[in-house]
Structures are given as C-alpha cells and as structure tokens.
Design a protein around this ligand. Structure first.
Ligand SMILES: Cc1ncc(COP(=O)(O)O)c(C=O)c1O
Length: 360
C-alpha cells in the first residue's frame, strides 16, 4: 500500500492514490419523474405485508443492537434457497457483501471481472486493494470462456466475478459455464444473482457441492426492499466463517431483518408481481423494437438494454425533457446504449411515448 505523505499536499496526501482516483457514486434526483434508472421494483410494497411488518415491529425494542447473525432471516433464507442456515450470510444490501468478500479474499490478488457488467465490482476490488483484471464479454455479451478459463488459472487469482443475469446487458451465463469456471478457478467464483427471480433459473444449490462458489443475492429488485438494504450470500460454511472476521458486527439493522423475513413469509404475493414484471418486460421490448433505429437486446432481468443511432447522452437528455429518467450506460462494448427498467404499465407507456419522440 502506498501512502503519500507530502506535507504540502494536505489531506489528499494521506490517501492511497488509487482511492483518490475513484469517483463518488452519484444518484440523479428528479422528483416526480418516471423513474426507470435503478432497476427497482416499481410497485408499492404490498400493504398487507407492510401491516404485518409493523405488527411484528411492535414487539421489538430498538434500543438493543440487532442480532449480528440475522438468525431468523437466515433460517427463512435457508428454506427459500434450499440450503442450510450455515450456508447463508445476510448483509446491508448485496453491495456490502460484495465489498466484504473482496476485502476478505481479494486484497493483494487478482480479481477477474467481465465488462460490460455491474460497475461496483471494479470499484470494490480497488477499494479492497485487489487488481481488477478485465475479461470483456463477446459482442453478443456472452462470456469469453476461453479467456476467462485462462485467466482464472493464473496464480494469485482470488476471485472470478460473473453476474447472471448480467447488469446492464440482461443475458444469463450459459449452462455449464459457472461449473467450468469452478473447475478451473484457482480462487473463488462469485456469482451475482441480483436479478435471478426474473430469470427463473438459479445456480444457488451448486453451493452444496462447490466450496469455492459464492452466490450473492438481494431483496432490492424482485422483492422491492431497495430502501431497507437487505442482501445475502450463499457459500460453504468455511467461506462464511472467514467472512465473519471481516463483516461489521451489526451490519443489518433489526427492522430490515424483520421486513425481509416477512417478505419470505408472503412469497406468493411477490411472485405474482415478478410474473407481471417479466410479462411487461416482453411487452416493453416489443414496443421498443417497433421504434425506427432502436436495437433492443433480449433480457432475463427487470430491465432492458437498447441502442439507438443517436449519442446516448442525447437520448438521456431528450428523455429528461419528457420527465423520464433512465440510465446512460454507454461504454466499451455498449456504445450508444442506455438501460431502462420495467416500470408500471403506465410508466412503460410514458417511456415508450417519450422514446418515440426522442428518436423520431
Ligand atoms: C448486479 C447487481 N448486483 C448488486 C447490486 C446491489 O444491490 P443491493 O446492494 O441493493 O443489494 C445491484 C444493484 O443495482 C446490481 O445491479
């Protein structure tokens, strides 16, 4: 670790240069706009479940620290995933768990990421003092398995990170790919299944027989709890016992633990909404494909990636003028691309109308 200590450079001289190079995460705030930029669940939280959460909260004393191991929630998650409670670690959003994993296993080693993908892997890897190594996806966004297997075998490779369905491209890893990586990897394989409920098929039970697999998931997307920050990971108990040394003791607050457990107790309600969102996604894709010049990529998640002939910034700004907020994700491999999540049907109609006007 290099710490610059020139007295003339003020406080920045106290900080590692690679941290100074990071750009703070910024969230645009446009109150009253159609908001399709953060892959959130567009529906109000089910009122019956909310009432139940408040009923359960009645018995809590918030003056006490929360259960550091979130035992009740982990028990419910064991049932939901088909794993045992020792396989589960709960966190303050999956972001926190990804950082904890990188701090624990990544520091000083190589971390393989597969862009275009979720930007936080690279940022967390750098914060953890790991060296991020990029293995870009192919033009069709599939994993470049030859290159990945080669890189996964390089000594000092601590983690290979695969997101499936991948944010922002929406595609899933092909059958057998995660297994092939597990076979080859020197270190751990992190599979991020943040959007798996919209895709249907999960690989979480592979954890039972693969002590090097870590699957991370969230309540922020399908279950509409982004504001309460609940994520979890599934891994071999040996991996979890090391993560517990690094995790903040009271990382997940009492209210969020309780709310997430209430979601799992009312799963059919949430599954109905997931079905509506996936059906609406297909309808949205059809509507977007009807627009001249708009190239829409298939998606297994709750968002859609698309390309237009215009600069992505112009499309983004044009939509803002129609009071619609989406995400400009332009970058290598996704030139002139933007991402919009599936909203309510009214929001989807407003987005389609605005997009038609912008690309016309
Ligand atoms: C692929 C992926 N993983 C993880 C996260 C983080 O989710 P959270 O920290 O809300 O659980 C996101 C959020 O957008 C994501 O897209």
């Amino acid at each position: 670790m290099i710490i610059k200590s020139s007295p003339s450079s003020g406080i920045t001289g106290l900080v590692r240069q690679d941290l100074l190079d990071l750009v703070p995460y910024a969230v645009p705030h446009y109150p009253g706009f159609v908001k399709l930029d953060a892959n959130e669940n567009p529906y109000d939280f089910a009122p019956d479940v909310l009432a139940e959460i408040f009923r359960r909260v009645g018995g809590q004393t918030f003056g006490r620290y929360p259960d550091p191991l979130a035992t009740d929630l982990r028990r419910a998650l064991a049932g939901y995933t088909g794993l045992s409670v020792e396989n589960i670690l709960a966190g303050n959003g999956s972001d926190e768990l990804i950082l904890t994993l990188l701090l624990t296993f990544g520091g000083g080693g190589r971390v393989i990421i597969t862009p275009p993908t979720f930007s936080m892997y690279q940022i967390h890897a750098r914060i953890a003092g790991a060296v991020p190594v990029q293995v870009p996806r192919r033009r069709d966004f599939s994993l470049d398995m030859d290159a990945l297997l080669r890189e996964a075998r390089v000594p000092d490779t601590r983690l290979v990170v695969v997101c499936s369905p991948n944010n922002p491209t929406g595609n899933t890893a092909a059958p057998g790919e995660v297994e092939a990586l597990l076979e080859a990897a020197e270190g751990l394989v992190l599979l991020d299944e943040a959007y798996v409920e919209f895709a249907g098929e999960s690989r979480v039970t592979l954890v039972k027989h693969n002590p090097r697999l870590v699957v991370v998931r969230t309540f922020s997307k399908a279950f509409g709890l982004a504001g309460l920050r609940v994520g979890y990971l599934a891994a071999d108990p040996a991996v979890i016992s090391v993560l517990l040394k690094v995790k903040q003791p009271f990382n997940l607050n009492a209210f969020s633990q309780l709310a997430a457990a209430a979601v799992l107790d009312n799963l059919p309600l949430f599954e109905e909404r997931i079905k509506v969102i996936t059906a609406d996604r297909e309808e949205l894709i059809r509507g977007m494909r009807d627009l001249p010049g708009v190239e829409v990529f298939p998606s297994q998640a709750n968002f859609v990636l698309f390309r237009t002939p215009l600069p992505a910034a112009a499309v983004y700004e044009g939509l803002l003028k129609h009071r619609v907020l989406i995400r400009n994700v332009e970058g290598p491999g996704i030139e002139r691309c933007l991402r919009a999540n599936v909203g309510t049907q009214a929001e989807n109609r407003a987005f389609l109308k605005a997009l038609a006007a912008v690309v016309a």
